[in-house]
Design a protein around this ligand. Structure first.
Ligand SMILES: O=P(O)(O)OC[C@H]1O[C@H](O[C@H]2O[C@H](CO)[C@@H](O)[C@H](O)[C@H]2O)[C@H](O)[C@@H](O)[C@@H]1O
Length: 267
């Protein structure tokens, strides 16, 4: 029980939240809805390592089609580095937020990122890298504004990883932990996907629109809460406790639902 509480504390939300309805019950969103889409586990299947995901032309075509149909009000909101997202989604000209809101690209322009103590971050990164060298069963993923320890290959290491990272940033005023699927990340405090979406909603193409956000992970829960508060639609991909209002089984079922927008009469 103690460990569960610890987990929920890290994740930042309690499990007794909502009982999401089946996504199939949700009417196709109107073209004037602003779409916010998470990347890993939402648009692409979860893979054994961060680098082994598969992003094909169907995903890129779908995004282009949505971007056209929603008049530019489509954004990717991900924990990944912006530069990596740009490479995977080469050619996507919509808005992208990377690093859980730490980085932003809009209208082909890089906007200012989060401000944090980069020297302190470097120190944290070095310690985390060293941990992964000493115990190669875990994988360190270096990010522009953070660092992740992945334990997907050895789930039994979750406690060891968490304990190490907790001790590393114990009492730190600038950095905090963020749990994800089989991974724990150190990131700057104060950034979140909720904050990223709120910022993007101020851009002209998004301003005043209804909001839809889809995600799959604990990293998406802040955004589900914020979107719910705004009267928007929140969609959880896959299993697990969530605050989202709707749920669908997998990235494939979610993409099929998105594709079904084609040719459907909308307001
Ligand atoms: O916000 P997202 O777009 O969902 O990104 C969250 C993290 O995704 C990646 O890690 C996750 O996906 C990997 C590939 O499927 C998987 O191996 C790993 O276990 C997952 O945690 C990415 O590596 C992280 O940087 C993102 O923060």
């Amino acid at each position: 029980m103690e460990q569960r509480l610890d987990y929920y504390c890290l994740v930042g939300f309690a499990p007794e939240t909502t009982s999401p309805e089946d996504l199939g019950l949700l009417a196709i969103p109107a073209d004037d809805t602003a779409l916010f889409l998470d990347f890993d586990g939402t648009l692409v299947d979860i893979a054994p390592t961060p680098d082994s995901i598969r992003v094909g032309s169907p995903e890129k075509s779908l995004l282009d089609e949505l971007h056209r149909r929603h008049n530019g009000a489509v954004a990717i909101v991900s924990g990944r580095n912006l530069i990596d997202l740009d490479q995977y989604l080469g050619g996507f000209c919509g808005t992208i937020s990377g690093g859980h809101g730490a980085e932003m690209r809009h209208a082909s322009q890089l906007l200012s990122g989060v401000s944090c103590d980069l020297a302190r971050l470097e120190h944290i990164k070095n310690a985390v890298m060293e941990f992964a060298i000493i115990d190669p069963r875990v994988l360190a993923e270096d990010k522009r504004y953070g660092i992740v320890l992945h334990y997907r290959q050895h789930p039994e290491l979750e406690c060891k990883v968490r304990d190490f990272l907790k001790s590393l940033i114990d009492g730190d005023e600038e950095f905090e932990l963020q749990s994800a699927k089989m991974a724990i990340e150190v990131k700057p405090k104060g950034i979140s996907k909720a904050g990223a979406i709120e910022r993007i909603m101020q851009f002209e193409e998004f301003d005043g629109r209804d909001i839809l956000f889809a995600g799959d992970d604990a990293t998406d829960e802040s955004a589900f809460s914020w979107v719910n508060e705004q009267g928007g639609i929140s969609i959880k991909i896959g299993e697990g406790p969530t605050r989202a209002q709707y749920r669908t089984q997998s990235p494939d079922s979610f993409k099929s639902w998105l594709k079904a927008q084609s040719g459907t009469a909308r307001s």
